[in-house]
Design a binder for this molecule. Structure first.
Ligand code: ING
Length: 304
């Protein structure tokens, strides 16, 4: 068995008025609690360092970038996370808003990194599926301006080796799209990490608001089951600057079962000792891609 002891480190609200050092201190406390559980890996949410700012229209680009984005990683304010990780010998996943200067221009991404037990960044992913709308909609009570604030990620879905297994990272809205899991599943992913910030109220489909929790777990359980992989979904949860966000952070087994879940909408760890070898049966029986998949009939998926 290849056991990875995973701590899903859900975070409660981060207000627009919370200074980053205060939020990082909460995360360090969660990392220390995870260490007391002998965790090998701590998974923090999407955009963990700040409020889920895409719900507001922020016209001043300079203010937007200075307040919510990181121009380097580790940065001064996030260094305590890397230092604590190295001190405790624990790895972590962190979601944050990234400014990068690449290809001769400035770019903004909704990014997640995986850092190993020595404090080294071993993987970077940039969110592919950006939900919401690219224009400010004053008639909406809250916005979802990810398409205005971020570019589509340029790294695709690349599996990587970590903790003796094959890992993948997706972010939030990615979890609703089967392709996110399948592209990683085709690379043999055994554990997929996913942070999320999900407002219960979706102005584009308010009729579905009452299904927010159901539509949170449903795709992650399906993605886990259909690709024989663990899925770790971690929320920034609770009522953040007046707007409720889905919690129920969960660790989902390769059979699609929720084997650990947070009971509150605050800072809370859901913990499970995950045996990566449990993925074998799914990948060699029902979901033996080589034996059962028929890509010659799927071309519409990539051609349209
Ligand atoms: N947020 C939401 C998500 O996909 C959303 C957007 C909310 C989509 C409600 C559908 C319904 O979980 C992010 N950050 O992607």
């Amino acid at each position: 068995s290849r056991i990875v002891r995973v701590a899903a480190a859900q975070m409660g609200p981060v207000s627009r008025n919370d200074a980053k050092p205060k939020t990082v201190a909460r995360m360090v406390a969660l990392m220390r609690e995870a260490h007391s559980l002998k965790a090998d890996l701590v998974v923090f949410p999407e955009l963990a360092l700040t409020a889920f700012f895409t719900k507001w229209y922020i016209a001043d680009e300079a203010e937007l970038e200075a307040t919510y984005f990181e121009t380097e990683m580790p940065s001064e304010v996030t260094r305590p996370l890397f230092e604590t990780a190295a001190e405790l010998g624990i790895g972590f996943h962190l979601g944050y808003a990234e400014i990068a200067h690449e290809g001769g221009r400035k770019r903004r991404y909704n990014t997640a990194i995986v850092v190993d037990r020595t404090g080294r960044i071993v993987h970077k992913y940039r969110k592919v599926h950006l939900p919401g709308h690219e224009d400010y909609r004053p008639d909406y009570p809250i916005q979802d301006l990810e398409k205005m604030y971020f570019e589509v990620g340029d790294k695709g879905f690349r599996a990587f080796r970590h903790e003796g297994g094959v890992f993948g990272v997706i972010i939030c809205n990615d979890r609703r799209w089967p392709e996110s899991y399948r592209v990683l599943g085709l690379q043999g992913a055994e554990m997929i990490l996913c942070g999320y910030n999900t407002c219960v109220h979706n102005p584009m489909a308010p009729e579905h608001d009452h299904l927010a929790n159901f539509h949170n777990h449903l795709p992650m359980q399906a993605g886990a089951y259909q690709n024989g992989t663990w899925v770790v979904g971690v929320a920034k949860a609770g009522v953040e600057d007046d707007w409720a966000m889905v919690g129920q952070s969960a660790i989902i087994s390769p059979t699609g079962e929720i084997v650990a879940m947070c009971a509150t909408d605050g800072d809370e760890i859901a913990f499970c000792r995950c045996d990566l070898d449990l993925t074998r049966l799914s990948k060699t029986a029902v979901f033996d891609f080589a034996r059962h998949r028929r890509p010659e009939h799927y071309s519409l998926i990539t051609s349209t």
